[in-house]
Design a protein around this ligand. Structure first.
Ligand SMILES: [Zn+2]
Length: 404
């Protein structure tokens, strides 16, 4: 499908990086410009009701049908973890299975990425190594736009009542902040925001963040005995009290973790940021309790210090919500099989807009895009993977048309 890969390449070149420190909604103006571009393209295709909300979501619907209403979502922002301006996609045609060297000198080792071998003989798309590629989630955006075009050009093709939403700031956890569930008006939804094809993600982590503020007492080191309280030392103790075998670099599959992601400060005050992830709420709560225990221990060990621990929920696993109605997973599994793939139920070691949308009352499952190594300069996708993503979504929607 030439139009699909061309659409993806065109979108990948548009800068849409989100920005955690920004307070505006959406966090960057580039995302809004990209939504305006999508809105124009939807109008050209013949969509008559695109609505671009100034809080950063573009909504649209296809001509109505009887039966349940299904939504498709993709986020337009790319991760601030790697540069996203001036993306220059590089096409590695007829890939023969060997390591891919990017113009920057970075190398993609097929053995270090999950599902690359499947794409021998097809065209692998990467960046030039100085930026990410942005398949996360421009691939999802391109797939949904092509699906929309397909159904407008083939009005008799079987599908459910269908609505689309393109969101912003997913990568910084704010994708649903300005989202209008009423306007979207769907019974079920799919985010097209996953990795390897064949996987239907029905679970995500439960996620909290913890912010530690450690306040010490500063004094000249020459006369510090019995006076100084060194926040740097306390922070060191804090990190060393976490279990190394329960950190991201030591865990996989359904295992949770605590990730100390940032330490900054000096003797007088140190701030420590941690991410807490677990597939069960009980597991996450147990980890939070352990952090409280560490805080009590440190307070007792360092009289004269002030240690504050603030925890905030970021998103919750949609697993239970999705289980309430078997149709959403069932159609995705059938659609995946109809696309010629062996369907596997998966769990995302991360969160998506769907985690929050499910908790807002719309059961949401995640479908793959075929891309991998997201948020990095070695991100890649293949033309065949993108096509399989498209087929999975199209066949999932066909399966819904049979569920009246
Ligand atoms: Zn994503």
């Amino acid at each position: 499908m030439k139009s699909l890969i061309e659409r993806f390449l065109r979108y990948a070149k548009e800068e849409t990086t989100s920005c955690e420190s920004s307070e505006s909604l959406p966090s960057t103006a580039t995302q809004m410009r990209f939504l305006e571009l999508l809105e124009e393209e939807l109008v050209e295709m013949g969509v008559d009701d695109p609505y671009l909300c100034d809080k950063g979501t573009l909504y649209a619907s296809l001509p109505p049908r009887e039966g349940p209403t299904v939504g498709l979502l993709a986020h337009v922002d790319t991760s601030p973890d790697a540069p996203g301006a001036g993306v220059k996609p590089v096409l590695h045609r007829s890939w023969n299975g060997s390591p891919i060297e990017l113009p920057s000198g970075d190398v993609i080792e097929p053995t270090q990425t999950k599902d690359m071998d499947r794409y021998r003989g097809s065209c692998i798309v990467t960046s030039n190594g100085s930026t990410l590629l942005g398949a996360d989630d421009k691939a999802g955006v391109a797939v949904i736009m092509e699906i929309c075009r397909h159904f407008l050009e083939s009005p008799d093709a079987p599908r459910p009542d269908l609505r689309l939403a393109f969101t912003t700031d997913e990568e910084i956890g704010r994708g649903m902040d300005g989202f209008d569930v009423e306007r979207f008006g769907v019974d079920f939804a799919y985010t097209v925001d996953g990795g390897p094809v064949g996987i239907v993600d029905t679970q995500t982590f439960n996620a909290w963040k913890a912010l530690w503020t450690i306040v010490g007492r500063e004094v000249h080191p020459g006369s510090a005995k019995g006076v100084m309280v060194n926040a740097v030392r306390i922070a060191g103790d804090l990190i060393s009290m976490l279990r190394g075998d329960e950190m991201p670099e030591s865990t996989s599959g359904m295992e949770g973790y605590v990730y100390p992601i940032l330490v900054e400060g000096a003797t007088r005050e140190v701030r420590v940021k941690m991410l807490i992830r677990d597939f069960t709420v009980e597991g996450a709560e147990r980890r939070l309790e352990q952090l409280e225990e560490v805080a009590s221990f440190l307070r007792a060990a360092y009289p004269g210090s002030r240690i504050e621990l603030d925890t905030t929920n970021q998103y919750l696993n949609p697993g239970e919500v999705v289980r309430n109605d078997p149709r959403i997973v069932d159609c995705a599994m059938r659609g995946t099989r109809a696309a010629g793939l062996e369907p596997v139920e998966g769990a995302i070691r991360g969160g998506t807009d769907g985690s929050r949308l499910s908790r807002m009352g719309v059961p949401t499952v995640n479908l793959p895009t075929g891309g991998e190594m997201f948020h990095s300069r070695t991100e890649w996708i293949s033309d065949r993977g993108l096509e399989l993503s498209y087929l999975t979504v199209a066949e999932t929607l066909r399966a819904w048309s049979e569920k009246r």
